[in-house]
Design a protein around this ligand. Structure first.
Ligand code: CTP
Ligand code: MG
Length: 418
């Protein structure tokens, strides 16, 4: 960031830099606000008007050059504020000293633009709550048309033209009126030329588009926004503070809701492996499989049920199947997978968790699982009080499962704290 005293004293560091420049005029004294300090440096909801005004500009999709125009004795403070608002984009920032009138402040801003800037936006710092979307709308319309572009709102009050003694002369057709705001965009060279030829009319112009149009150029209006109102009086400042307080409250609520949703949903994983045994009947995935070789184990060897048990316990942070039941506890000798599942789900509910879903992958040659998939999913879903889906695969004859020595089951579970 550089402060310049004379126009042209600083060379554009890169002609590949931004082609859009935003001049933020903040050199006014704020007489009508009456805060005793320049308006842009008055604090609203904990930050200065200038800081609020800069924030949406540094949220634009494409980087822009930003020139801040301030009173001579506020340059240092404006640099600090600007750097804070710009973050990593501080290299695109300049602070310059303004003049006695708004127009002379705009001129000081124009003189500080880098050579690469083709389109210039002029923005009042006093419109501190102007949303980023309004800047985008103006920039897009300027790029599309090559014209001057001003944001404006339809006029809602009935407008009267009056004479010098306040007698109504005429009711003006308000459908043809717009109350215009900033930022106002222009092709840079044409705006500079319009200012140059304005001469005496410069002082009378209340916005830049008036000078630009007087020089014979077209000016298009696009939608403005209520939020872009100009902070002029103490009443305006109170309105801005209220809006900022509402915004902060909404952000706080969103943040809290985000925290709740991330901390209450938890994922878990479990795996179990059993070898085939010689005698008995196979129990797997909560079903009996007559005619199939059984799986060996201290319990019934139901690898699918055991993998789910571990996934659920891991999701809830309640340990694992061994720590909950004890692998050599005689009470569970020969116990069915169903017994473990019921006990674990009870434990989860007691800890305040419900099951969102469970997914299982069974790996093995036998039994052929597909014909009974739906039946198994039904039994297990009822046991865990949540949807269980099961996929089965073989390993192309590789490994112990491929050789038909046993099966592996891998499960994931999602649980939610209620
Ligand atoms: N402005 C400026 N230089 C000036 C006068 C005004 O940069 N010499 C800027 C203001 O800082 C403001 C914008 O132009 O962002 C619109 O002006 P206005 O709302 O009139 O602000 P002030 O002139 O500061 O307020 P007042 O007229 O009440 O003194
Ligand atoms: Mg003023």
């Amino acid at each position: 960031m550089t402060v310049i005293d004379e126009p042209g004293a600083v060379v554009d560091p890169s002609l590949d830099g931004p082609t859009v420049g935003v001049i933020v005029v903040a050199a006014g004294s704020g007489t009508r606000l009456g805060a005793g300090i320049p308006k842009a440096f008055v604090s609203l909801a904990g930050s200065t008007v200038l800081e609020h005004a800069l924030a949406p500009i540094f949220r634009l999709r494409k980087a822009v050059q930003v020139v801040i125009v301030v009173p001579a004795d506020r340059v240092g403070e404006a640099e600090t504020i600007g750097r804070r608002a710009a973050g990593k984009a501080a290299e695109h920032l300049r602070v310059v000293v303004g003049g006695d009138s708004r127009q002379s402040s705009v001129l000081a801003g124009l003189a500080a633009l880098w050579p690469g800037v083709r389109t210039v936006l002029v923005h009042d710092a006093a419109r501190a709550l102007t949303p980023t979307e309004q800047f985008e709308r103006v920039i897009d319309a300027a790029a599309r048309t090559g014209w001057g572009v001003v944001p404006g709102l339809p006029v809602t009050d009935t407008i009267k033209r009056v004479d010098a003694s306040a007698l109504v002369e005429q009711t003006v057709d308000r459908a043809a009126l717009r109350a215009v705001q900033t930022p106002q965009a222009f092709p840079r060279d044409a705006l500079v030329a319009a200012f140059r030829v304005a001469g005496d009319r410069l002082a009378a112009a209340t916005d830049d588009a008036a000078l630009y149009a007087e020089a014979g150029h077209p000016v298009l209006t696009v939608d403005g926004s209520e939020a872009a109102f100009k902070i002029t009086t103490p009443w305006d400042a109170q309105r801005a503070e209220r809006l900022l307080a509402d915004r902060n409250r909404e952000r706080g609520q969103e943040h809290e809701a985000g925290e709740r949703s991330t901390s209450s949903i938890r994922t878990g994983i479990g795996i179990d492996v059993h070898a085939f045994a010689d005698d008995g009947e196979l129990s797997l995935a909560g079903l009996s499989w007559p005619g199939e070789r059984p799986l060996a184990g201290h319990s019934d060897g139901d690898a699918v049920a055991h993998a789910i048990v571990d996934a659920l316990l891991s999701a809830a942070g309640l340990g694992d199947i061994g720590s909950m039941f004890g692998t050599d506890d005689p009470r569970f000798a020969g116990a069915s997978g169903e017994v473990f599942l019921r006990a674990v789900v009870e434990r989860l509910h007691a800890a305040g968790f419900v099951v969102v879903n469970v997914a299982v992958q069974l790996v093995g040659n036998r039994p052929r699982f597909a014909p009974r998939r739906t039946e198994a999913e039904g039994v297990l879903s009822a046991l865990v009080h949540g949807p269980v889906s099961i996929a089965a695969t073989t390993t192309d004859s590789l490994g112990f499962t491929g050789r038909g020595e046993g099966v592996t089951a891998i499960a994931t579970a999602l649980v939610e704290r209620r």
